[in-house]
Design a protein. Structure first.
Ligand SMILES: [Ca+2]
Ligand SMILES: [Ca+2]
Length: 506
């Protein structure tokens, strides 16, 4: 029998009560918070560096930038799945600021990463899908990547794994001073679980036998070693982990920490889709993800959910290797850490799998700042966007303001997590479709005028579309003021323009 997830459990809660629910997590792996707080207060609440270009790099703030691929809110420090085992990321969230209402700019890998690394929204750069690389987008010709901006301001840049979707290629190749490698995780010689006619990417299971064969693990170890070095300059290290992106292969030990039969499955009543416009129902996920009908037909929901959670716990282990290495390094006290995922992930909610929608499952992401200069033990429920990372890091490291950026620094919320943010988090999926998410509400508008409106104070699962309830018109109109006015059409490379058909439809 399906068990309802945490968000369902908090349906009757207001924002404060939701937070109470979060703090109600009782995990044996959770560190003793009061002790952690005391240590963190002593160790990490240091005055920010005075200048990135200071003669002594010890006076500057280093950055450890950790990107995770396709990780939704199924982590212990958010309220997405109460059984998720993520001790290392939970500990990081507790020693820093956990933005519980953070959202991607675009709910798909490549454009989301372009937005993060450029600080520019898709409605300006025009990439809404896999395809164009950062360096191919005309709108970004004069926009330095975050890494390039730090490098130009005296930083030594290291990067490994999946940071930009296609890596730092072309004119971006010199943005990174040292590569830490960009391998792929291994795949088994034969299919493990997927029905044969499903996309090749959608297989999952216990493979390989050990962590040492996984490139995410190898990357964590390589980065851990690099963190022990002395650098002549402050460093900006970008690490991009591939899991829990499909295929969901991970060593057996990560599957074995969950009991598949008793796993909670998302509460996704068929009736939920009855009050939805058709626009993003059946959105095709680039023809890769299975439909919910297919998942149910082959009875794969439970084992896919298991594999997703196993992949999350595996990547949490990799994050732990990095954080332990930093803690043991000469840079423990003057390194700022940011951890984020490029977008969320559906596992059956609204009869959907994977991403590209404008609902909470697709847009909501983990976002944590911790380390040098960050007050520990904070939770911020104000809306935040991933495009805010770039201006935030600049502010925290005291680099010159980059006036071209479209995000807004989160530094005020890092000082006071209750400080209101005027701007909601805006997510766009394909040109002309937007989600506007503030502290309590989500408005979705589609390019044909269809709308959805959700009251997150009592409907965290977005079950009840109240867009057409007249009593909420004022709220709707307030949110609608934020709908982007200038919307860049989807930019397609030459080879993409030659493709026929609308990839959005199944
Ligand atoms: Ca992704
Ligand atoms: Ca509904």
């Amino acid at each position: 029998m399906d068990i309802q997830l945490a968000r369902q459990g908090s349906r009757q809660s207001n924002g404060l009560q939701v937070r109470k629910l979060q703090s109600g997590f009782t995990r044996t792996h959770k560190p003793h918070f009061s002790l952690l707080l005391a240590i963190a207060t002593l160790t990490f609440w240091l005055p920010p560096a005075t200048s990135a270009s200071a003669a002594n790099p010890a006076d500057s703030t280093n950055v450890l930038f950790i990107a995770i691929d396709d990780l939704n809110d199924w982590v212990g420090f958010l309220d997405g799945h109460l059984q998720a085992v993520t001790p290392h990321m939970d500990a990081l969230a507790q020693r820093g600021c956990n933005f519980t209402n953070a959202h991607c700019d675009v709910p798909v890998c490549s454009p989301s990463r372009v937005s993060v690394m450029s600080g520019i929204s898709a409605t300006t750069h025009g990439s809404y899908e896999l395809g164009p690389k950062y360096e191919q987008l005309p709108a970004l010709t004069n926009i330095p990547t975050m890494q390039r901006y730090f490098k130009n301001n005296g930083y030594y840049t290291l990067a490994g794994g999946k940071v930009l979707h296609h890596g730092f290629g072309g004119r971006l190749s010199s943005d990174i001073d040292r590569s830490l490698g960009r391998m792929r995780n291994p795949a088994p010689p034969t299919l493990l679980n997927r029905p044969k006619h499903w996309s090749r990417a959608w297989d999952w299971g216990k493979y390989p036998e050990t962590n040492t064969k996984m490139c995410d693990y190898q990357l964590a170890k390589t980065a851990a070693k690099a963190l022990q070095e002395d650098f002549d300059q402050p460093f900006f290290m970008s690490i991009g982990f591939f899991r829990p992106h499909v295929p969901l292969y991970a060593p057996p030990k990560w599957f074995d920490i969950y009991d598949e039969e008793s796993l909670m499955l998302p509460n996704n009543p068929r009736s939920d889709i009855e009050d939805l416009p058709e626009n993003f129902l059946g959105i095709n996920n680039y023809a890769a993800a299975p439909t919910h009908t297919e998942v149910i037909k082959y009875a794969k929901q439970r084992s896919l959910t298991h594999a997703y959670l196993a992949s999350i716990s595996f990547v949490d282990h990799c994050v732990g290797i990095l954080l332990d290495a930093l803690e043991a390094s000469p840079h423990a006290d003057n390194t700022l850490i940011v951890l984020w995922s490029d977008h969320g992930f559906h596992l059956g909610e609204k009869q959907h799998w994977a991403k590209r929608t404008l609902w909470e499952e697709s847009t909501r992401v983990p976002l944590v700042f911790a380390g040098a200069g960050i007050k520990p033990g904070n939770t911020c429920m104000e809306p935040a966007s991933l495009i805010d990372i770039y201006p935030t890091l600049i502010a925290l490291c005291k680099l010159p303001v980059n006036p071209k950026l479209e995000g807004i620094s989160l530094a005020p919320q890092l000082r006071d997590p209750e400080k209101p943010r005027a701007q909601p988090a805006i997510t766009s999926s394909y040109a002309g479709n937007h989600s506007i998410r503030n502290r309590d509400w989500r408005l979705i508008v589609y390019d044909d005028g269809a709308e959805e409106l959700y009251d997150h104070r009592n409907d965290p699962n977005e079950f009840d579309n109240v867009a057409h309830h007249s009593e909420y018109k004022k709220i709707r109109d307030e949110l609608a003021r934020w709908i982007p006015k200038k919307i860049a059409p989807e930019y397609k490379t030459k080879s993409e323009r030659s493709r026929v058909g609308d990839r959005r439809k199944r």
